[in-house]
Write a protein that binds this ligand. Structure first.
Ligand SMILES: Nc1nc2c(c(=O)[nH]1)N[C@H]1C(S)=C(S)[C@@H](COP(=O)(O)O)O[C@H]1N2
Ligand SMILES: [Mo]
Length: 228
């Protein structure tokens, strides 16, 4: 079994309520299946816990090729199908309008974390500053070591989509993509690129790292768009 299949297997078989150690990594508590938050309805009428998911109390580090975590080396480029491409360093990102939001995140391997808390800048604000053209139909999130994820324009510009530099008020911990990662809460978490370097707007779709390796191109957790 490759690592991803092992993780999936683990999530299907571990007993709810137990504390378990995964692949020698961290220790994760499975939240209670009776946690009423999972059954709450979102403003769009969908249940907070998507089908086939179970609750975890924390983000599980899912790996990936890390980038440089230091804020001083950080640059974010916004470019492509835009009239005013730009680049900001970490201070430049902090100088933009900041939002803090709680959101739920859903990993395709079967875990969901409710009420994760992030601080950062809305992708919609970055797009407005870059003057994204009407012809741009996709946002391509570009991360360290060539990792990319594609998101349709309208979904990338949703108000809960952000580039985050804080997690529960603290700098993002190492495994989770510091100094800045994308958060696209309403698609499976593989669309949320860690160690983010750039957002490129594109006229033509460009399936990314996982989308070219058998995962669904869109990744809606409520439609269980897991595999292509
Ligand atoms: N740069 C980069 N970002 C990435 C990945 C990756 O391998 N590289 N993995 C993705 C996947 S598959 C998931 S599920 C989430 C996991 O984020 P976490 O490790 O913070 O839980 O990050 C996504 N972002
Ligand atoms: Mo994932």
């Amino acid at each position: 079994m490759d690592k991803r299949m092992e993780r999936r297997f683990f999530l299907r078989t571990a007993a709810v309520g137990t504390v378990v150690s995964v692949l020698g990594g961290g220790v994760y508590a499975l939240a209670s299946p009776d946690d009423p938050r999972g059954r709450q309805l979102r403003p769009d009428g969908r249940t907070r816990l998507p089908p086939g998911q179970r609750l975890l109390d924390a983000l599980k580090p899912m790996g990936g090729e890390p980038g440089d975590p230091s804020p001083s080396a950080f640059r974010l480029k916004v470019y492509g199908e835009v009239d005013a491409p730009f680049e900001v360093d970490f201070a430049g990102l902090l100088a933009m309008p900041q939002v803090e939001q709680s959101c739920d995140v859903h990993c395709v391997t079967g875990w969901t974390m409710l009420d994760s808390r992030w601080t950062g800048v809305r992708v919609a604000d970055l797009a407005e500053r870059a003057r994204v053209r009407g012809s741009a139909r996709y946002a391509i999130f570009e991360a360290a070591e060539g990792y990319t994820a594609n998101v349709p324009r309208a979904e990338a510009l949703a108000p809960n989509v952000m580039v985050a530099h804080r997690f529960f008020g603290q700098p993002i911990p190492r495994p989770h993509g510091p100094p800045v990662r994308a958060i696209v809460p309403d698609l499976y978490f593989w669309k949320s690129a860690k160690w983010l370097r750039a957002i490129r707007f594109a006229r033509v779709d460009e399936p990314g790292y996982w989308e070219t390796r058998g995962y669904h191109n869109h990744a809606d957790p409520w439609k269980e768009e897991r595999n292509g």
